[in-house]
Design a protein around this ligand. Structure first.
Ligand code: MG
Length: 257
């Protein structure tokens, strides 16, 4: 073995592995910037521009089955899921955009070249309504030719299982944080997407998930030091409200003292 090879081997063993750079997901798009707003179409476009891996967004079905993009269950005090679309369609986001429908949001997504669509289906009122919501939104995603660019996440077990049943090849991760990786794998989930505190309480889940061939995503990590820590624990994805800063942090981790 040549000296050069030996030196190379020494450094490759003594330095932290560099291949595990987590991919960044912009939580509700890239919204903490001029002219943007959470879950706006503009935030999706800006996430694509800064070249994050993915842009996350939240989806509810209205009472008459129109899928809209919004985080909270209520908009100006009106419960989205029990209201007709016409009652809320003219509401504006803080950046002036009209409340986006899933169709309008995906139309923009189709024109973007980089970002994955990290689709959070919000819980609905009953198990059957959750399954119905899953089928409806997937039909829209598939009809628009975006199945390959879409990854699903959900807090609702029934919705996730329905997505898996309809599309066994889809990437589907569970958000609630209360199920160990092996049980999720048995149910057909491809990943866990848990709060960072849950992963710190159960650090063995990082390695268990990896051994099972599952991905680990952590939310919502808004502190650069915590981002660095999640990277060192080998999270595959980091979901964050500071995507531009997070991209720099993972590419150039600060030395831990
Ligand atoms: Mg969300």
């Amino acid at each position: 073995m040549s000296l050069l090879l030996l030196v190379g081997l020494f450094f490759s063993l003594s330095l932290p592995a560099q291949e595990n750079i987590p991919r960044i997901i912009a939580h509700r798009g890239y919204w903490q910037t001029e002219g943007s707003a959470q879950n706006s179409i503009r935030a999706l476009k800006l996430a694509d521009e800064i070249r994050v891996y993915g842009s996350e967004f939240d989806v509810h079905l209205t009472a008459d089955d129109v899928a809209v993009i919004f985080h909270d269950d209520t908009i100006r005090g009106i419960a989205i899921q029990s209201t007709l679309y016409k009652e809320i369609k003219d509401f504006r986001l803080p950046n002036g955009e009209r409340l986006p429908t899933l169709e309008a949001y995906l139309e923009k997504g189709k024109t973007l070249e980089h970002t994955k669509l990290v689709f959070e289906l919000k819980p609905h009122q009953t198990p059957e309504r959750n399954r119905e919501a899953a089928r409806q939104v997937m039909e829209t995603v598939n009809r628009m030719g975006l199945a390959d660019r879409t990854e699903y996440i959900t807090f609702d077990m029934d919705a996730g299982l329905e997505i898996i049943r309809v599309a066994p090849d889809a990437e589907v991760a569970y958000l609630r944080g209360n199920v160990p990786p092996a049980r999720l794998k048995e149910s057909g989930y491809t990943g866990l997407d848990y709060h960072h505190s849950v992963m710190l309480e159960n650090p063995e889940w990082f390695t268990e998930a990896k051994e099972l061939g599952m991905t680990v995503n952590v939310w919502t990590v808004n502190d650069p030091e915590l981002i660095t820590q999640m990277a060192s624990l080998e999270a595959d994805f980091i979901t964050t409200d500071i995507p531009a800063e997070a991209l720099k942090t993972v590419a150039n981790p600060a030395k831990e003292n």
